[in-house]
Design a protein around this ligand. Structure first.
Ligand SMILES: [Zn+2]
Ligand SMILES: [Zn+2]
Length: 135
């Protein structure tokens, strides 16, 4: 009877140890995908190492919500959004959309650009000389 209990207990112990070990490995891999900071990585892993399942729960709460790949993707998205806003020009008077090469706003007739008499490049109205041909 005693041996059965011993076998059961050691089996349970081995199971717990394996579970604990795989939790630590999982956490380590997970935190590495979320942070490049070695301190954060060590902290996340050691929480699970010390507190096991409860530590995993804690780790779930405090871990960075985004993985590095997700954060990178998001920053790319924001960048393209920013670029879109930059390339989308608006009339300074009526805020209607205008194109880069419009001479006048088609809605309110504000003068947006003028054309160089010599080389036909488009110039900002406030420029006193043409930067393209120097006149
Ligand atoms: Zn306008
Ligand atoms: Zn010119």
């Amino acid at each position: 009877m005693r041996t059965v209990v011993t076998i059961l207990l050691s089996g349970l112990f081995a199971y717990g140890l394996a579970l604990w070990f795989s939790l630590v490995i999982w956490t380590f891999n997970d935190i590495r995908a979320r942070s490049q900071n070695i301190v954060t990585q060590l902290m996340g892993t050691s929480i699970v190492l010390m507190f096991n399942l409860f530590g995993l729960l804690l780790y779930y709460i405090i871990r960075p919500s985004q993985t590095l790949a997700e954060a990178y993707e998001k920053s790319l998205e924001e960048e393209t959004l920013l670029q879109e806003i930059e390339t989308r020009h608006l009339c300074p008077t009526c805020s209607q959309r205008i194109q880069d090469d419009f001479l006048m706003c088609p809605t309110c007739f504000t003068k947006l650009r003028r054309q160089c008499h010599f080389c036909s490049h488009l110039l900002q109205p406030e420029w006193s000389l043409c930067p393209y041909c120097g006149r």
